[in-house]
Ligand binder design. Structure first.
Ligand code: GRG
Length: 303
């Protein structure tokens, strides 16, 4: 179903993509010049891979909704996108999801090799940290705020978030999770970084604790909705449109919302979490700006 706000979300994503891709491209050029051989080329390949830029768009939407106006916030959005990019490079490796197609192109280990792609993933983490630090300095944020931003990003990227969720996901291979187990996986591997993007936008703009709590709750709901929608797209989409191998979850008998509930109920669950997210912002009287169209896009997107 295409929502009335879809066009608005596409425009917001496009704006974030323009702003962040410029930085990613410059960074890729510097790194390819600095790191010799295939490793530098592979780092640039990963950094320039064309994603939807949902996390940067959410970060910038939250930042602007909370009154932030500094263009250097683009660097924070870039840092979050780099952590996401590293996770995709590693997720596609033979020891994890073992995939050959990502963002419409060969995965990094297929284009280069497994050793190079593994190193790319590890190397992107400090690259993200440096981007975050540089952006915070350019924005003249105080040290406590910088600490909060770093903690938010790297806690979400670590064992209490993305790595932990992926770990649980890998451990569950070959057995079916129940809904509560699967929700924990989804909240960790996908929801945590999405939540962090929203909260980082709020922190950088100097939002109050009440607003940050509302942003965190909103992020948590859309983060879960994002992965549920991803489960639906894997079952219903095509590899050409998704830019990654479709239908894989069923082939490897992975636990998903679609496997547990079927396509229609999974779609309804995603929509329910999206509506709950929007309601949380309304209840906290947060003027949402572009966060609402982005939340709706997350559950109505086709890729
Ligand atoms: C060491 C156990 C361990 C883990 C390492 C690899 C990893 C950390 C985590 C994997 C996290 C992951 C890839 C989760 C899936 C998230 C997801 C739905 C990605 C797709 O996001 P989109 O649709 O992609 O925003 P684009 O390409 O548009 O950016």
């Amino acid at each position: 179903m295409v929502e009335a706000t879809d066009g608005e979300a596409i425009a917001v994503l496009e704006r974030a993509r323009t702003r962040v891709d410029q930085r990613l491209d410059t960074l890729a050029g510097h790194i390819a010049g600095e790191v010799p051989g295939p490793l530098g080329a592979a780092l640039a390949y990963a950094l320039r891979s064309p994603g939807k830029r949902v996390r940067p768009a959410l970060l910038l939407a939250a930042y602007e909704a909370c009154g932030g106006r500094n263009a250097a916030a683009d660097g924070l959005a870039t840092a979050v996108e780099i952590v996401h990019t590293y996770s995709l490079v590693h997720d596609d490796l033979p020891c994890m999801d073992d995939d050959a197609l990502r963002r419409g192109r060969p995965t990094t280990h297929v284009e280069f090799d497994v050793t190079t792609a593994t190193r790319v993933g590890y190397l992107l983490v400090p690259v993200a940290a440096e981007q975050l630090a540089r952006a915070a300095v350019a924005m003249e944020l105080d040290p406590a705020t910088v600490g909060s931003l770093a903690r938010e990003l790297f806690e979400a990227g670590g064992i209490r978030g993305m790595v932990g969720g992926q770990w649980l996901d890998l451990e569950a291979e070959g057995r079916q999770l129940d809904l509560s187990g699967l929700t924990a996986v989804h909240r960790g591997k996908t929801g945590a970084l999405i939540t962090a993007a929203v909260v980082i936008g709020g922190i950088a703009a100097g939002a109050t604790d009440t607003t940050l709590a509302a942003l965190r709750a909103f992020g948590s709901e859309i983060g879960l909705a994002f992965q549920v929608a991803d489960d639906v797209l894997d079952a219903t989409g095509s590899s050409r449109v998704l830019g990654k191998t479709a239908g894989k979850d069923a082939v490897v008998a992975k636990s998903t919302y679609v496997g547990l509930l079927g396509v229609e109920r999974a779609r309804a669950e995603a929509a329910r979490h999206c509506a709950a997210a929007i309601e949380l912002l309304t209840a906290a009287a947060v003027a949402p700006g572009a966060l609402v169209p982005l939340a709706r896009y997350i559950v109505t997107r086709s890729s």
